[in-house]
Design a protein around this ligand. Structure first.
Ligand SMILES: [Fe+2]
Length: 499
């Protein structure tokens, strides 16, 4: 028997109540919402809203002010179609404004070309991470890369010169106004066709940043660059590669840049001729092993160290001690995690793959030897550190999302703070709650590395709502929370912007 279509009347008949109706109006599957299920975080949110003042439980530190802007996909259904992958959804910005103990909230879709095509034509017009555009628009090589004038920059946010920007790996940064969340346009000229760039550049003093680019049209290479604002960058190193790897972030010490090259690689000729969306051109080729490309920041000298196959999205931190580089990252044995994040799997009954381990790779440049060890027991992803104080230097604490036990948990169900020196960890968790990235914010006059707060947007699936959680970073216990009257789909990254 075909399932009954969900209407206002059928909901009332089922006794689902006002909350389910409200969530239905927001585009949430009411049956799912009623279940208090973690999968609610992979349901679309269509409504844009602005709330002057959220109810706050607890008390925010008086010094905590600024706007926490979070980025992530929020809409998965376009016309008759659904995006394939978590990373494909139309990007939405969420702003939590913190001032004198009060919290305001606003959300707004990024006005990308993909968003405009949804609104005006009701179609997927541009290629995303793992989804093709409509077949009638499909045009061979051109479809491989998003030709969107304004990309669906749904991954991260940052500052670029005087601009606030939303970031994606395959398109220019998109400027937005952090007060209104209005989309303002591209920050600079368009990237050349088929160029990949990290959304995790490393920030240096004086508005400078170090980042890499990977042109995916032959001749392909890893290009490490140093730039100040929007000025023309200086190239530190270029590493030609016939089959470049997928990379999402990299490590930086006071002397070196470290690129982690997994054996998840693409043949650039195929990416041009294949009619496949971006990530489906990549292949796991473990016989290639992994490489750490260590680049001297001053001279540009490149050293290669070989290692067993691994995959990573996120580097945590890196530093040098006793002639070795200590490179901490969220490591996987292979790239299966990308397949595990297809929506069909995330929304299905099958459990996702286990989350990353917090690993330390010791790179001995003299002996050209690599050693790996796991730093702590809990899984950890979307890592954050006290960046301004310890990035590139010896450090002690990493914060991230985690899963307590995949045999009993369906999804990310806790936040962890790991002492990377001792291997100890502290945990925040609450039944039915599924947290996102924890952004560390230092207190104004810190004495210790962990003096500050950690800010995370948490889905309370049973209440069908999300809330901003404020943890005291030292004790890793709750100080306050501010609830939003709807769910916020799981996102990726965010920053606290201060005036
Ligand atoms: Fe990331």
């Amino acid at each position: 028997m075909a399932p009954e279509p969900i209407t206002r009347r059928s909901l009332l008949r089922r006794g689902a109540g006002a909350a389910a109706l409200a969530s239905g109006a927001l585009g949430v599957d009411p049956a799912l919402a009623a279940a208090g299920d973690w999968r609610l975080g992979f349901e679309s949110l269509r409504k844009e809203t602005r709330i002057g003042r959220l109810h706050v439980e607890g008390r925010l530190p008086a010094w905590l002010s600024g706007t926490l802007v979070r980025n992530g996909p929020a809409l998965y259904e376009v016309g008759e179609r659904t995006f394939n992958h978590w990373f494909d959804g139309l990007g939405m910005l969420h702003a939590f404004t913190l001032e004198r103990g009060r919290v305001g909230y606003a959300n707004r879709f990024l006005r990308s070309s993909a968003y405009e095509a949804w609104k005006k034509e009701g179609i997927i017009r541009y290629s995303e991470f793992a989804t093709d555009p409509c077949r009638e628009i499909f045009n061979g090589a051109q479809a491989t890369f998003s030709l969107a004038k304004r990309p669906n920059a749904n991954v991260h946010v940052g500052r670029l010169a005087q601009h606030f920007v939303a970031l994606t790996e395959v398109g220019m940064p998109v400027r937005f106004d952090p007060k209104t969340l209005r989309t303002l346009g591209l920050a600079g000229p368009e990237l050349p066709l088929g160029q990949m760039e990290t959304v995790h550049p490393h920030r240096l003093e004086g508005g400078r940043r170090i980042y890499y680019e990977i042109p995916l049209v032959p001749p392909t290479s890893y290009q490490v660059k140093l730039a100040r604002g929007l000025r023309k960058p200086q190239r530190i190193a270029q590493i030609p590669r016939e089959k470049p790897a997928y990379m999402h972030s990299f490590g930086l010490t006071e002397r070196h840049v470290v690129l982690t090259e997994s054996p998840f690689v693409v043949d650039p000729l195929k990416i041009i001729t294949n009619w496949e969306p971006f990530i489906r051109n990549y292949r796991w080729e473990p016989s290639r092993g992994a490489n750490f490309w260590v680049i001297d920041r001053r001279s540009g000298k490149v050293t290669r160290l070989e290692a067993d196959p691994l995959f990573t999205f996120h580097h945590v931190n890196a530093f040098e001690r006793d002639g070795k580089i200590h490179l901490d990252l969220c490591g996987y044995d292979d790239a299966d995690v990308i397949d595990a994040l297809y929506l069909e799997r995330l929304r299905g009954r099958r459990r996702p793959s286990p989350l990353a381990e917090l690993r330390r790779y010791e790179l001995d440049l003299g002996r050209k030897r690599v050693r790996m060890r796991q730093l702590a027991e809990p899984t950890l992803e979307l890592p954050r550190i006290n960046y301004a104080r310890v990035n590139g230097r010896p450090y002690r604490y990493a914060y991230g999302i985690s899963v307590r036990d995949y045999r009993t948990s369906g999804y990310v169900d806790q936040l962890v703070k790991v002492d990377v020196r001792k291997g100890d960890s502290k945990v925040w968790r609450e039944k039915g709650c599924y947290p996102g990235e924890a952004v560390f914010v230092p207190s104004p006059h810190p004495r210790r590395e962990d003096d500050g707060v950690a800010l995370s947007v948490v889905l309370d699936a049973r209440r069908r709502r999300s809330f901003l959680l404020v943890l005291d970073a030292r004790s890793f216990t709750e100080i306050a929370r501010a609830e939003v009257p709807h769910h916020i789909p799981y996102g990726f990254h965010g920053e606290l912007f201060r005036a």
